[in-house]
Design a protein around this ligand. Structure first.
Ligand code: ADP
Length: 250
């Protein structure tokens, strides 16, 4: 589904991504691991259009998507989750979901002609969808809570929820488990597995928690120093000499 070919991202003289090549297969939950500073987040940001690559190529279903901006990729179904921005923390969880681009009624000519009724219908449908997403993620009880007041783990679920407001095909998750307690981490893991199995989402997951990676991800790709070191099942990766050396070296 995604092919990354000889990707480089340099910051000045520093090569954060240094010739990474990899493939993401449709329908899989692929784990991306590696020591701190390996270039994982930078790689995500380049694929998701947040950063321009220095060189190299990214394709999605055979189409060159290198350097396309996030909103264009968004319409192709490629999404990267983002932390709930400060500006949205005073809005409720439901409102946060209803804000996802592509769903606002806006002041189009159509809406001006056909009046408020249509907008009200759209809003109702949007609200119903948001409530369905909150239910799916087991946080329906938080619908009217302000996003700034829910726990870190619940915020992660809400971030995942935003990808469900559109028809995502592939979702890049950066450290969904960071600072999240075990129970919520399991809930997040369950939601990812259900989205993968029931709705056909493909996932790429950066995560430090190896239990989480082991439960969800096959295959697992290990990066170090801006390059891909190894790919395989988590057990294969753990037994790989180069991987062990990369982790010990940090
Ligand atoms: P990882 O996600 O594997 O921990 P990152 O992609 O966050 O790695 O970072 C890779 C390296 O690139 C790090 O050494 C980091 O300091 C550096 N880096 C990341 N973003 C920037 C930036 N905007 N400017 C300069 N250096 C950066």
């Amino acid at each position: 589904m995604i092919v990354v070919h000889d990707l480089h991202k340099h910051f000045g003289g520093f090569h954060a991504v240094d010739g990474a090549s990899l493939e993401i297969e449709k329908g899989m939950i692929t784990g991306l691991i590696g020591p701190n500073g390996a270039g994982k987040t930078t790689l995500f940001n380049v694929i998701a259009g947040v950063l321009e690559p220095t060189s190299g190529r990214v394709t999605m279903d055979g189409e060159d998507i290198t350097g396309l901006p996030p909103h264009t990729l968004f319409h192709k179904g490629l999404l990267r989750t983002f932390q709930i921005a400060h500006e949205f923390s005073s809005m409720t969880c439901r409102e946060n979901l209803m804000m996802v681009p592509g769903h606002q009624s806006g002041e189009t000519l159509w809406n001006t002609w056909f009046g408020r009724r249509r907008i009200a219908d759209e809003e109702r449908a949007l609200k119903a969808k948001a409530d369905e997403v909150l239910e799916f993620l087991t946080i329906a009880h938080l619908a009217d809570h302000k996003a700034g007041q829910i726990s870190g783990g619940q915020k992660k679920l809400l971030e995942l929820g935003r990808t469900m407001m559109v028809d995502a095909k592939i979702v890049f998750l950066d450290e969904v488990g960071a600072g999240v307690n075990r129970t919520l981490l399991n809930t997040i893991g369950d939601a990812i597995i259900r989205l993968n199995q029931d709705r056909g989402y493909t996932f790429v997951v950066i995560e430090h928690d190896m239990d989480f990676i082991g439960r969800l991800c096959d295959p697992v790709i290990c990066m170090a120093e801006g390059k891909v070191l190894a790919e395989g099942t988590l057990d294969e990766i753990k037994a790989n000499e180069q991987v062990i050396e990369a982790y010990l070296g940090t």
